[in-house]
Design a binder for this molecule. Structure first.
Ligand SMILES: C[S@@+](CC[C@H](N)C(=O)[O-])C[C@H]1O[C@@H](n2cnc3c(N)ncnc32)[C@H](O)[C@@H]1O
Length: 307
């Protein structure tokens, strides 16, 4: 089993994910994450993104089946898509794995005719085995005014009891935005933000675990895994995207760590931490662990060093 996995470990492999997934042993991967083509006529280099409904869903079921097969009993399966397709995926996944969450990622999506403006993507979160599933509670920073640093939310006089870093994350994610600036974008129509994947990885894996992405694009999952000290397996059909991802991985030398703690950092701000790491992490903060007046306390982020 190790020999087969080693062949694909920590590189982007070019090819059709269905062919490649067949080579991955049963129950060998800690987390599988898929962000497939949405069948919305997107302009990918190598694939048609416009299949008949039955054909698209039939194809999706094949790679979903493979994702479940290769995931370890302790592992998790994540699938990102527009809600319309996720409703079909749940039909299959409910029979073959255990539903944990429908994560609503607050991000504007394309208008689809005479409908409400779609404003979230869904991330289905399934456990291979609900009793054995590995999961870590995670926290994000309190939302603050950029100028005065005051908390946005009025906690009705209960601020003293707030966690110094920020709240536990729910199944609605509003603090991670799509990549807007061209300088952060690759030549790819739907690249995901790195810190979205870092959050998923921190929540569901340990250091050195293996994360597999069958639709790697320009390597967001692979890069997130590398920055967090995890291993990865990534498949992508299009050679140009494989080359972009490989180049990015070669350039990425930093670990997303503070001291010995893995955290997700974006634009020099900590975005996600694991709850169990707070005691250790708080030693690196300029603030006491309990906060008298949380409004005035600058949560250290810029001053902490990324090693
Ligand atoms: C939605 S994009 C993934 C973007 C990726 N999450 C990122 O952040 O860059 C889907 C990707 O799947 C690739 N793809 C489509 N069919 C494939 C297949 N059969 N096997 C492997 N990759 C495929 C496309 O080329 C495209 O890059």
């Amino acid at each position: 089993m190790e020999k087969t996995l080693n062949k694909y470990l920590n590189k982007i492999t070019q090819g059709d994910c269905l062919d490649l997934l067949r080579n991955i042993p049963d129950n060998s991967i800690d987390v599988t994450f898929a962000d497939p083509p949405f069948n919305l006529k997107k302009k990918y280099n190598s694939t048609s993104d416009s299949l008949e409904l039955k054909e698209y869903l039939g194809w999706c079921e094949k790679w979903l089946k493979e994702m479940v097969r290769v995931t370890k009993p302790t592992g998790s399966i994540f699938v990102h898509n527009i809600p319309k397709w996720l409703t079909y995926y749940t039909n299959f996944l409910n029979k073959n794995a255990y539903f944990k969450h429908w994560i609503s990622w607050d991000a504007p999506t394309l208008p689809m005719g005479k409908t409400l403006q779609p404003s979230h993507y869904g991330i289905l979160y399934y456990a291979k085995n609900i009793e054995q599933n590995k999961f870590y509670e995670i926290r994000y920073q309190h939302k603050r005014c950029r100028k005065c640093n005051y908390l946005h939310k009025d906690y009705g006089g209960k601020k003293a009891g707030l966690h110094p870093f920020g709240p536990l994350i729910s199944d609605v994610w509003t603090d991670i935005h799509r990549i807007k600036h061209n300088k952060y974008r690759d030549k790819h129509p739907c690249q995901l933000p790195l810190h979205l994947l870092e959050r998923i990885i921190l929540m569901s894996t340990d250091q050195a675990d293996i994360v597999l992405d069958p639709f790697s694009g320009t390597g967001t999952t692979a890069l997130a895994a590398k920055r967090l000290g995890r291993n990865f397996i990534a498949f992508e059909l299009d050679l140009d995207y494989v080359e972009i991802a490989t180049h990015k991985l070669q350039q990425e030398e930093s670990s997303s760590r503070i001291g010995n703690i893995w955290v997700s950092i974006f634009l020099n701000e900590i975005v996600t931490i694991r709850n169990l790491d707070w005691d250790e992490l708080s030693k690196y903060y300029l603030i006491p662990k309990t906060i008298e007046n949380i409004d005035h306390t600058p949560i250290l982020s810029k001053a902490c060093s990324q090693v």
